[in-house]
Design a protein around this ligand. Structure first.
Ligand code: FE2
Ligand code: FE2
Ligand code: FE2
Ligand code: FE2
Length: 435
């Protein structure tokens, strides 16, 4: 089913205030929840944080009282929605468990978008970022196992593979070369706009989660692992947000934000199997349609244009969560050696010049070691090797992938070398499933 949200009424804003009891609902059960219910919950929290934050920024740049009243009224609603969604997280879900959820969001969401992205350059950027979050999932999984004694599969439930990718120490770039070419607002497909806005919100919240929670561990290597990966998430926000046409007006951006909320809640509602949580997506979809109506009217009034020129005539699906192992394996095998060039495009390790600007950054941040490499050193010291969850065929390629994906220049002193990886692969696999 599809529909044109501009033709719907939604819930009137005055009816969107709820009681504290209704706002802070009962959390899900971490051992029973479907992994994709959790990924939807993580993503929608990011969407609401962005909606709230954007409206504050808009207000700080706006001296129109009517508009500021709308922003004040609805950003409180966005904030209440954020509480409801984020606080579905149960108190006994550890920071590392939640973190595996965040990286599962990044991998499976980006893979879905890449396959539904009409713009080839944007798709290439999604594929590039995808491999980095896939490596983060592998690094954090080692710690979830060592620190909490859980199997990463308790969280990803066999839907997402866990193995090395482009090594995290190679994700550190000169942030200036992360900048991409923006789409053209006049010609870009609404799917492209919604995909990018959605991903920016997700990556931003991932960054914020690591920034706020990485220090909750006393283990210095875990703290530094969060510091290192958080910084990559900053690069991801920089990369994805630069794809947005910077000449979109505030009203156009407002319209897009509400449309993104409509599309993401609609997609969540369509896919959700948990009845209680499905009702939340349904209710918030109606709220967002209410917001969209007003944003569309403001756009017509101030821009004298038709909202359909920006968002089209139907909802798009930006976040269909499903297992993407096959797609990710394909990108992993073919694109692990890809790197950013200095002209907003892509190149490969073998073609990088000696003065590639990211080498300087990598040399500095990794001069005393890379925590995400040390993570593998530590689990290898304890268990003989790293924890990998993938099918046999893919597991066998670990060495080949490392050879292809690791830069020779600017390696951190504690890098897992090709020889060390080779030795590890002779060791018995780590028994990680609960018996
Ligand atoms: Fe919202
Ligand atoms: Fe990540
Ligand atoms: Fe990311
Ligand atoms: Fe909204």
């Amino acid at each position: 089913m599809t529909f044109n949200p501009l033709l719907e009424k939604g819930t009137p804003i005055e009816k969107q205030i709820r009681s504290w009891h209704e706002i802070a609902k009962k959390p899900f059960n971490k051992t029973e929840v479907d992994c994709y219910t959790r990924t939807r919950q993580i993503l929608m929290n990011g969407i609401e944080v962005e909606a709230w934050n954007f409206k504050h920024n808009f207000a700080r740049n706006c001296n129109d009282t009517e508009v500021n009243k709308f922003l004040a009224q609805t950003r409180r609603i966005e904030d209440m929605q954020q509480t409801t969604v984020n606080w579905l997280t149960p108190a006994d879900q550890s920071v590392l468990e939640t973190t595996l959820g965040y990286e599962q969001v990044a991998v499976d969401l980006t893979a879905w978008m890449a396959q539904n992205e009409p713009d080839d350059y944007v798709k290439e950027t999604f594929d590039f970022g995808l491999l980095e979050d896939f490596d983060h999932l592998y690094r954090y999984s080692q710690w979830a196992y060592l620190e909490h004694g859980i199997s990463p599969n308790d969280i990803v439930q066999g839907q997402t593979d866990i193995m090395l990718s482009r090594p995290t120490q190679n994700h550190h770039n000169d942030n200036r070369i992360r900048l991409r070419k923006p789409y053209d607002k006049a010609t870009a497909d609404p799917q492209t706009k919604v995909n990018i806005y959605t991903l920016v919100a997700g990556e931003q919240q991932t960054h914020n989660y690591y920034a706020e929670h990485g220090m909750e561990y006393g283990n210095q290597c875990i703290r530094e692992t969060y510091a290192e990966i958080k910084d990559v998430e900053e690069e991801h926000v920089t990369m994805y947000e630069s794809l947005i046409d910077p000449t979109e007006s505030w009203y156009e951006k407002l319209l897009l934000h509400e449309f993104v909320e409509v599309c993401t809640y609609y997609n969540c509602m369509e896919d959700e199997e948990n009845d209680r949580i499905k009702k939340i997506w349904e209710m918030f979809l109606d709220y967002e349609i209410g917001h969209l109506q007003i944003a569309a009217n403001l756009f017509k009034k101030y821009e004298k244009r038709d909202p359909e020129e920006v968002i089209g005539t139907k909802v798009v699906l930006p976040c269909r969560f499903m297992s993407q192992k096959e797609y990710v394996t394909n990108i992993l095998e073919n694109e692990i050696q890809k790197r950013l060039d200095t002209k907003m495009g892509y190149t490969e390790i073998d073609n990088l010049p000696d003065d590639w600007p990211s080498y300087e950054i990598q040399e500095k941040v990794g001069e005393e070691g890379s925590p995400t490499e040390m993570t593998i050193q530590i689990i290898t010291a304890a268990k003989g090797r790293d924890l990998v969850i993938a099918d046999k065929k893919l597991k066998k390629k670990q060495l080949e992938l490392l050879e292809k994906g690791l830069e020779d220049i600017a390696q951190a002193p504690d890098t897992i070398t090709i020889e060390e990886m080779n030795e590890m692969m002779d060791e018995e696999e780590i028994e990680h499933e609960c018996v």
